[in-house]
Ligand binder design. Sequence first.
Ligand code: NAD
Ligand code: UDP
Length: 336
Amino acid sequence: MNILLTGGLGFIGSHTATVLAAEGHEVVIIDNLCNSQRQTLDSLESITGKELPFYEGDVRDAPLLKEILQKHHIECVIHFAGLKSVAESGTDPLKYFDNNVGGSIVLIEAMQATNVKKLIFSSSATVYGEPQYLPYDEDHPLAPMNVYGRTKLQVEEILQDLSKSDLDWSIVCLRYFNPIGAHESGLIGELPQGIPNNLMPYICQVVSGKLPHLNVFGDDYDTKDGTGERDYIHVMDLADGHAAALEFVDKHKGWEAVNLGTGIAYSVYDLVSAFEKSSNQTIPKVVKERRIGDLPIYYAKADKALVMLGWKAKRDLQSMCDSSWKYQEQLLKLAK
Ligand code: NAD
Ligand code: UDP
């Protein structure tokens, strides 16, 4: 198929591009580079052995989107482009509603105008909010606890209403849990700008000597070792999940939301131990106060993805840490 990836040079989009290109799909990318780098395109081309059409542009640019959709005979769009900092979404909510919700509306309108009606949307487990029960299944009440999560839920709702108004649409909203890890080549991975907010990129910077120690945000939760537990998922498993969703939207109409997680929760200390093993280094850590807004534990019920998409995560925590470390080593070599 001819597929447009919005935000395709970002962390999840770039890994998904490698899987789709390997499956023989024609991949076209639009990205405004607000949280990614152009060199990722070179890495993608060396991994895939293909030239991938790339547009440096914004999803809020309707004429550009229509031009790309028509010129490349796009059949399906995977909409990764979005801003993802929970903290920034609270301090600058309009920026988040404009980019994430406004950007999605412009994209959907452009797709409608050009009769492209297959869409996979990057949603998030944050749409669930405070767990009423665990694991979260797709029927769990939706009550996001932050602006970022609300932008994701709003887009999901817009897409659901759209699919009811026009039965030609095929839409899958993928609710990602905690993607980490990197491509097995070590050529692409997660490249956060500034000081990272999330656990894995923070650990990577500690191990690379850029930050002195890991701050552990609370060790007194009611969890197995007192630290927060999350459902970490290898980004290449997540990429495979998109390939499975693509087959699904090609054959089914309507709207669906599907969790992409492993169904297993690991603690901060589990991740630290696994990363210490990968890197053969000790990670210095300091226990700090709990981070405001953090949930003690959440993880996915991953059954719907298996039944509906025939997809299941295959890679374990050690493989997530090994691949992240391989990417870090590559970055360290380049910096020398
Ligand atoms: P990322 O920041 O690495 O990638 C997003 C890409 O979109 C970046 O390359 C950025 O430059 C681009 N972009 C942002 N706004 C744009 C715009 N208006 N026009 C064009 N390009 C734009 O993030 P990611 O981790 O790859 O996440 C991809 C998607 O998945 C996001 O929508 C994010 O909210 C969602 N998501 C991510 C996670 C996670 O933990 N990484 C979890 C759940 C959901
Ligand atoms: N965490 C931590 N130190 C950090 C970053 C995160 O102890 O520097 C903890 C955080 O409190 C949570 C877990 O690691 O329990 C995962 O946090 P992350 O921000 O990666 O994911 P999210 O909380 O958004 O699911």
